[in-house]
Design a protein around this ligand. Structure first.
Ligand SMILES: Cc1cc2nc3c(=O)[nH]c(=O)nc-3n(C[C@H](O)[C@H](O)[C@H](O)COP(=O)(O)OP(=O)(O)OC[C@H]3O[C@@H](n4cnc5c(N)ncnc54)[C@H](O)[C@@H]3O)c2cc1C
Length: 405
């Protein structure tokens, strides 16, 4: 006997899970959202830069080589669609629009080969506009930046609850699919019975679907947040977001009255093991690693902020604001399947759906993937899905049941 019965159970509670839950609940589906014990939905969002990037994080030239030009353009556009959908659908729905701010979004090549890569990406039509500065390009769509991540999380959880999404605090440890139903075992010994499972557990997907192990490449990264409360004696400055060094470094700047916030992820390549293929979250990181990251910020990243924010030198910028570190963390997410956001069925019988597009595509892709997954669950097809990514065996008993009601 099951402890819970839902139309759809979603494993995980990151952005993709929460977007999907809300869209399904809006369609009167009963939805269970499974978040690990002692965690809240969108905790993973708090551990990010919280920028909605309008295009692929890594240079789109990479996807071009891996998947061909059409697919690479589709993937790049996937993120842009996601930003629009996030802004126009989710932010009004959760009443959080005032908590986000648009910013120009720069791509910066630091080394010659990175500049070359950006030049090729521009030529291939990847929505980049050359600026007069050497190696600096502007994305043709703005990014949007979250001012207060906790407010976003609170508003989202309230809306999930208002829409009767049931939040269950326990990890999924087992998954079974039969012709008619799916069953999930939870760590607290409870059982869930549902028509469809959506896997949204990111890096941990292989713990439930073993064959994913070989596709997953964990990536570790560092998150730094710097804050200054010395902004009151300066005219308001425009927000800024940039991605540099082929996506190894991301930075955002926001001014909120007298408080200034710089959020930086990277550089990944200074982490032990070059940051690729290793999950460092359980590893003790030596102080000297943090020191070298902070030195890199000072010498390479702060000058970018200073220049783009109109200061004559990095010293002037740093002396004026005396930024203090408020967050310093090593985190991991995943680099699956060579950047391809696989949308489709993962189980044997077509009742387990999911999305893997975690690292390189970020939240906006999660928003757009949620829209597509909902289309698939409700209609078995989505006009926004590249045929190559379409599930082959998605079962329709669930849809019929709803039609009969
Ligand atoms: C330092 C850093 C900064 C980043 N900054 C940005 C940014 O500014 N913009 C951007 O777009 N992207 C950013 N990203 C990438 C972004 O975090 C990911 O792309 C995004 O979180 C993926 O969302 P998701 O919902 O697919 O998965 P996740 O956010 O990874 O969520 C998966 C969830 O599943 C849960 N889970 C795992 N196993 C189970 C289980 N068995 N049962 C129940 N729950 C389970 C996990 O606890 C987790 O909450 C950043 C990443 C890092 C590391």
């Amino acid at each position: 006997m099951s402890d819970y019965q839902f139309d759809v159970a979603i494993v995980g509670s990151g952005p993709f899970a929460c977007f999907t839950a809300l869209l399904l609940a809006e369609q009167n589906m009963s939805v269970g959202l499974i978040t690990p014990e002692h965690s809240q939905p969108l905790d993973s969002f708090l551990n990010s830069l919280s920028a909605c990037w309008p295009t692929l994080n890594d240079p789109p030239t990479r996807a071009d080589v891996a998947h061909g030009h059409d697919v690479a353009l589709y993937l790049n556009d996937f993120c842009t669609q996601g930003v629009h959908f996030f802004k126009n659908k989710f932010l009004p729905l959760i009443n959080d629009s005032n908590n986000w701010i648009e910013s120009k979004c720069l791509r910066i090549g630091l080394k010659d080969f990175e500049k070359e890569e950006l030049l090729v990406a521009e030529k291939l039509g990847f929505s980049l506009i050359k600026t007069p500065e050497d190696g600096v390009y502007l994305d043709s769509t703005n990014s949007i930046l979250c001012k207060d991540k906790k407010i976003f999380q609170d508003n989202f959880i309230q809306t999930l609850e208002k829409n009767k999404v049931q939040i269950i605090q326990s990890s999924a440890i087992g998954l079974k699919e039969t012709q008619s139903k799916c069953f999930i075992d939870l760590n607290n010994k409870n059982k869930i019975e549902c028509e469809v499972v959506v896997l949204a557990n990111g890096l941990d997907i292989a713990k439930l679907i073993q064959r994913f192990e070989k596709y997953l490449i964990p990536m570790s990264d560092c998150l730094y947040e710097y804050e200054s409360n010395r902004g009151s004696d300066t005219p308001p400055m425009r927000p800024l977001s940039f991605r540099a060094s082929n996506g190894h470094i991301c930075g955002t700047f926001i001014q909120n009255n007298k408080n200034l916030f710089l959020r930086i992820s990277g550089p990944r390549f200074l982490l032990p093991g070059a940051g690729a293929g290793i999950n460092l979250t359980q590893t003790k990181i030596e102080d000297k690693t943090f020191k070298s990251i902070e030195k890199f910020h000072k010498e390479i990243i702060f000058p970018i902020f200073a220049k783009e924010l109109g200061f004559s030198s990095s010293e002037e910028f740093l002396n004026k604001f005396e930024f203090k570190i408020t967050t310093k963390k090593i985190l991991a997410d995943c680099y699956p399947c060579d950047e391809l956001p696989l949308l489709g069925e993962f189980g044997k019988l077509g009742k387990v759906l999911g999305n893997t597009g975690w690292l390189a595509t970020g939240f906006p892709a999660g928003a757009w993937a949620a829209k597509i997954i909902c289309d698939l669950i409700l209609n078995e097809k989505s006009s926004h899905l590249l045929p190559r990514l379409r599930p082959r065996r998605l079962q329709s008993a669930f849809i019929k049941k709803h039609e009969d009601l």
